[in-house]
Design a protein around this ligand. Structure first.
Ligand SMILES: [Zn+2]
Length: 501
């Protein structure tokens, strides 16, 4: 009971023992004139008051109404102190299992940014301990680390499977907070008709590191997902310079509605390269409606310069060529030599896609398919006579014709959905469809930068500054790939890792 139990306290206790109960009790009585007020437990707001002081009655009052305080003060004789009865908590049947408890704790850490030590917080333990006891699990800080590692490993595995045999776009972002600098590695690609953005790694940069070191690190992360250089379609790096441009433009956003609308549009989850180009053009065109505005000419100049730079990128050129809003019958958008070059890039990209496909399986099936086909053709030829026109049966010829025929399509309006346009052509133009899925999934905007920034800002709050790089990466991986985390949790083997924790 004595909080200062120690070798020196024995002496003090003996001298205290000589004080009478009356002496002790009088310390807790406040005299207001003749009236005696109870003050043994100010927090209890006891209103007991005697018109004239009767110390015997006060001792009884203290023992009856303030038993714990009375006991602490020494107002009970040895062995007379009332036994503290623990509160009886009724048992209630609830539906919960270990996986749910674990999922809840992982989400508190990864989604809601609680520190790992939260499992040791007093308030948290009040909730967690009865659950852990009932389910025969334990969740320590280290156990939590194990689960973060194994769930993030499952996410890595799922992403690696998604990227297999695909041409992908890579986007490198940087973020800094509390003197910690992190590079975020994002990948983008089409999956089941939709563009997905995945964060596959965070590299913490300790000091000023060389470009060569960073390149090696980035390749190392991609390699850990079995992604080879042959799979890169585009690589976008947000260096300081482009970020500065962005801030420069943002300063004007409030003054200029066209730009505001443009940046709002660009903050959507994925903006394809042609859509990006169009939003940019629209902002320029609307800005030129305000020739008297002092900022307008400079802004138009800066926007146009960026647009020109974009148009030199191969990915942009291919994306615009595949878009009937830019490339249509009699369009003046591309020069003849530009068109020829872009057609070459598209054919080249298709060949790269083909090369990535697994060697066994698909190829065999195709070959047996064509040989069956020609066998049946031979049979028909025998029956009907004549010969087959070879040029129409060649897939490559059809493909090249389709690539060239794109500049003969009717023109589409500003709001045309180019993604849907290619989704509809999946069956009729399978090769071009495959290229379009790669090209239109390439990133154009700053969305993932903001994702990495806000993710990092929240995870690296001051009380988590001591978090190790590996745990930080595991947490961010879960945080930034929530949809995969939700997918893997139902089949997560939580028992395997709980027993070890
Ligand atoms: Zn009282």
């Amino acid at each position: 009971m004595d909080p200062q139990e120690g070798p020196s306290s024995g002496k003090r206790k003996r001298s205290e023992g000589k004080r009478t109960l009356q002496q002790i009790a009088s310390e807790f009585i406040f005299m207001d004139g003749a009236a005696a007020h109870c003050r043994i437990e100010p927090a209890s707001k006891c209103h007991y008051v005697q018109a004239t002081r009767d110390i015997g009655n006060y001792i009884r009052h203290f023992r009856l109404k303030h038993p714990e305080a009375a006991n602490n003060a020494g107002l009970f004789k040895e062995g007379e102190a009332p036994e503290r009865k623990p509160r009886v908590i009724p048992k209630s049947p609830i539906a919960i299992d270990g996986r749910l408890v674990l999922e809840a704790v992982l989400k508190l850490v990864a989604y809601h940014n609680l520190p790992l030590a939260c499992v040791e917080w007093e308030g948290f333990k009040l909730l967690l301990d009865p659950l852990a006891a009932a389910l025969a699990i334990s969740l320590s800080r280290n156990g939590l680390k194990t689960h973060l590692k194994s769930t993030s490993d499952r996410i890595r595995e799922a992403i690696a499977n998604e990227m297999r045999y695909k041409l992908i776009s890579v986007k490198i972002d940087s973020a800094s907070r509390l003197n910690r600098h992190v590079l975020g590695i994002n990948v983008q690609y089409a999956l089941n008709g939709k563009v997905v953005i995945r964060t596959i790694g965070m590299i913490e940069i300790k000091e000023r590191q060389t470009a060569g070191f960073l390149k090696a690190k980035i390749l190392e992360v991609l390699g850990s997902y079995d992604v080879s250089i042959e799979q890169f379609f585009s690589i976008t790096v947000d260096n300081g310079v482009t970020n500065d441009n962005w801030i420069f433009i943002e300063h004007y956003v409030q003054a200029f509605k066209p730009l505001y609308v443009c940046t709002k549009k660009l903050q959507e989850k994925h903006v394809s390269l042609p859509d990006f180009y169009l939003y940019w053009l629209k902002a320029i065109s609307e800005l030129s409606n305000f020739p008297s505005n002092p900022f307008a000419p400079q802004l138009i100049k800066s926007l146009t310069r960026r647009l020109e730079a974009l148009k030199t990128s191969r990915a942009f050129q291919m994306a615009l060529y595949l878009d009937p809003r830019f490339n249509f019958l009699n369009s003046k958008f591309f020069k003849v030599e530009e068109k020829l070059a872009i057609q070459g890039y598209i054919i080249d990209t298709y060949e790269r896609i083909q090369k990535l496909k697994p060697m066994n399986g698909t190829d065999d099936a195709e070959q047996s398919g064509t040989s069956q086909h020609s066998q049946f053709d031979d049979f028909l030829t025998e029956m009907l006579g004549g010969s087959l026109d070879d040029s129409t049966t060649s897939d490559t010829t059809t493909f090249i014709q389709q690539v060239k025929a794109l500049d003969g399509e009717p023109r589409q309006g500003f709001s045309h959905n180019v993604w849907e346009y290619w989704m509809r052509r999946q069956k009729t133009h399978p090769e071009l469809f495959a290229v379009a899925m790669v090209v239109l999934a390439a990133p154009s905007n700053q969305v993932s930068v903001e994702r990495a920034f806000s993710g990092l800002a929240l995870v690296l709050s001051p009380h988590r500054a001591g978090l190790g790089s590996e745990v930080l990466e595991d947490i961010l991986l879960i945080k930034l790939n929530r949809d995969i985390f939700e997918q893997i949790m139902p089949s997560y083997e939580w028992k395997e890792f709980t027993s070890a924790s």
